[in-house]
Design a protein around this ligand. Structure first.
Ligand code: FAD
Length: 597
């Protein structure tokens, strides 16, 4: 039993690990394997169950220039495609590492037991995806994430790593400027756990749940980004949120559920209510396989201009594959539409519309080690930013998780091996945090429901930070989010600590509000059209803004501090790949290479 200065008495468990990994998706599990291979004690915390992260939902595949189907493919081409899609504000070194190391990570996964689809010659098969010059996505039908997680899970369980399931981290503890631990509560019992550690790897995924229509599950509330921000970490490219062009639209209960890009990869055609293949208007060269930002805006525009379907979508047709072809390549999609919408996609087209899918921005990391600017804190996967710039290519996330998950595990291990500091924190700090987490349950006053606030927030973000934005609308959205922030102290929930979803939502709402504020503030400052940031009040990209990232850091008053930081020049061995055109990063190459829609 413990006591803080306010007289609170509270039990909590104490656990100690050399490396604490927060998140059990692909990035967290790959980091865990790397750290465990160094003989370190590893703890993995996940707020859901092992095997339940977003990674398991990934369908289409993982991008790696294996050259199995198109022998001309190379890391150089993969790098160029990634940079072009990211509109050159990517961290070019991360893009280089990712393109070079993805093939090794895919083969490693295969050696660890992943069963990929094969070519007739028995090599790992690769499918085309939007924005990739060559057929590049290694896949397992449309269940690639499931196979990745299954394989990684088996690998992790063969190590001594300890997994803490249904355990939510609420705070990182620091001592002498270093991260030395975290506080978490178990969702089932409401009991608290203090983790003592020498290094933390943040791998908590994205924050699609700040929008009403999203492909993300309940886990996508961006906790890790806010925990890192609160601990002093820098964030990058937070204005960049990806709308996937094809989410389900009907019935209403499944609106936003993903329709994998694998459908277009396998030859799916987009048509409007007039039966026209409209992509020829938006990107006549790449058509349906243009990058996600372009196809999402095309789908949106067709509906806005009155050429949409009965339920406010466009049509995606894969019937040419026939039942057998669909069952071989896209079995999950067949089942999804049949069970949820009573539609047999081998006979009828699907109705689809853009859905919030992925967050390009995140915690800023060192490209080699995934270290953040906060000593002892590392980050990888969707919660980290930099690799994808203004728009992620499909398939580049799964390979990102493996490449940078491994690097984060290696980086944290190297740091831990050299560290001798103590992981003790003041008792009072722990109890104060416990008090903060329990406040919505224990307070007498307060009349704000976290559910209603979450709903208001999601609607505000949908209205004001959608895939087409204006300065006025973003400002109005910011006003609404700040008003919600003011209401935060009045959040109150009823019930006990025992598996209480209201109490969990009361924790989430703080993250959702903080991230929304950051997105809106950075989106207001990026006064141009670039990738996912499409400002209707500007008619194109801005050369100066093409040379910078917006870096966010909590300032001394606890407010959102934003800095414009120059992107370092690309070294010659990379810039020459673009024939010198990339020298003017926001100019000729960009204008020549992409649709201006
Ligand atoms: C439907 C769908 C299909 C996709 N298809 C593809 C595809 O085909 N190819 C591709 O490249 N990408 C795809 N993506 C994107 C890709 O799956 C994700 O970007 C990626 O899986 C994120 O992995 P991650 O390890 O960073 O995080 P996640 O897999 O999201 O895992 C996050 C982990 O953090 C935990 N966590 C979060 N907050 C806390 C907290 N406070 N305390 C403790 N634990 C916490 C969660 O419980 C979870 O274990 C898809 C995404 C979706 C939603």
């Amino acid at each position: 039993m413990q006591r803080d200065t306010n007289g609170r008495r509270e039990d909590y468990e104490v656990r100690e690990h050399d490396v604490l990994i927060i998140g059990a998706g692909g990035a967290g599990l790959r980091a865990a394997v790397a750290a465990a291979e160094h003989g370190l004690s590893v703890g993995i915390v996940t707020k859901s169950l092992l095997g339940k992260a977003h990674t398991v939902m990934a369908e289409g595949g993982m991008a790696a220039a294996l050259g199995n189907v198109d022998p001309d493919d190379s890391w150089r081409q993969h790098f160029m495609d990634t940079m072009r899609s990211g509109k050159f504000i990517n961290n070019w070194r991360m893009a280089e590492i990712h393109a070079k190391e993805s093939p090794d990570r895919v083969y490693e996964l295969e050696q660890w037991g992943a069963l990929f689809n094969r070519t007739p010659e028995g090599k790992i098969s690769q499918r085309p995806f939007g924005g990739h010059t060559y057929r590049r996505l290694a896949h397992v039908g449309d269940r690639t994430g499931l196979e990745l997680i299954r394989t990684m899970q088996e690998k992790v369980l063969a190590t001594d790593a300890k997994v803490y399931m249904e355990t939510t981290v609420t705070k990182l503890f620091k001592k002498d400027g270093r991260v030395v631990g975290a506080l978490a509560y178990t969702r089932e019992s409401g009991k608290f756990v203090q983790f003592k550690t020498k290094a933390v790897v943040m791998a908590t995924g994205g924050w699609g749940r700040i929008f009403k229509v999203t492909s993300n599950s309940w886990e996508g509330t961006g906790d890790g980004v806010v925990l890192a921000y609160d601990a002093g970490a820098e964030l990058v490219d937070m204005e960049m949120v990806q709308f996937h062009p094809t989410g389900m639209v009907w019935p209403p209960g499944v609106r936003g559920l993903l329709v994998t890009e694998g459908v277009r990869g396998e030859g799916g055609l987009l048509r409007n209510s007039e039966g026209k293949r409209y992509m020829e208007k938006y990107d006549p060269e790449k058509m349906e396989l243009s990058t996600r930002d372009v196809v999402a805006r095309a789908n949106y525009t067709e509906v806005q201009e009155g050429r949409g379907s009965e339920h406010g979508g466009v049509f995606l047709d894969i019937t040419h594959l026939g039942y057998d072809g669909i069952m071989k390549k896209l079995p999950t999609m067949h089942e999804q539409f049949l069970k949820l919408a009573d539609i047999d996609i081998s006979k009828e087209p699907m109705e689809v519309f853009p859905t919030v899918h992925y967050t390009m921005g995140g915690i800023k990391v060192d490209s080699e080690t995934c270290a953040t600017n906060v000593t002892g804190l590392f980050a990888a996967g969707e919660c980290a930013g930099g690799l994808h710039g203004a728009n992620r290519l499909g398939g580049n996330s799964l390979s990102d998780l493996l490449v940078f998950g491994r690097r984060a595990g290696e980086g944290a291990s190297a740091y831990v091996t050299e560290s001798t500091h103590s992981a003790e924190v003041e008792e009072n700090e722990i109890l104060t945090e416990i008090g903060r987490v329990l406040e919505p349950l224990e307070k007498k006053e307060g009349d704000e429901s976290p559910y209603l606030m979450q709903q208001e927030l999601q609607e505000a973000m949908m209205e004001h930070a959608n895939l087409m934005r204006t300065g006025d609308s973003l400002e109005e959205g910011l006003g609404k989010i700040l008003a919600l922030k003011d209401r935060l102290p009045n959040v109150k929930v009823v019930g006990t600590r025992l598996f209480n979803p209201g109490w969990h939502t009361a924790q989430d709402i703080r993250y959702l509000i903080q991230i929304s504020e950051i997105i809106l503030r950075t989106a207001i400052l990026r006064t141009e059209r670039r990738g996912a940031q499409w400002r209707l009040d500007f008619d194109g990209p801005d050369d100066e803004l093409g040379k910078i990232n917006f870096i966010v850091k909590k300032d001394e008053q606890g407010e959102v501090g934003i800095e414009r930081r120059e992107i370092p020049p690309m070294p010659e061995h990379l810039s020459q790949l673009f024939d010198g055109k990339v020298v003017d990063m926001a100019g000729g190459e960009k204008r020549g290479a992409e649709s201006q829609f």
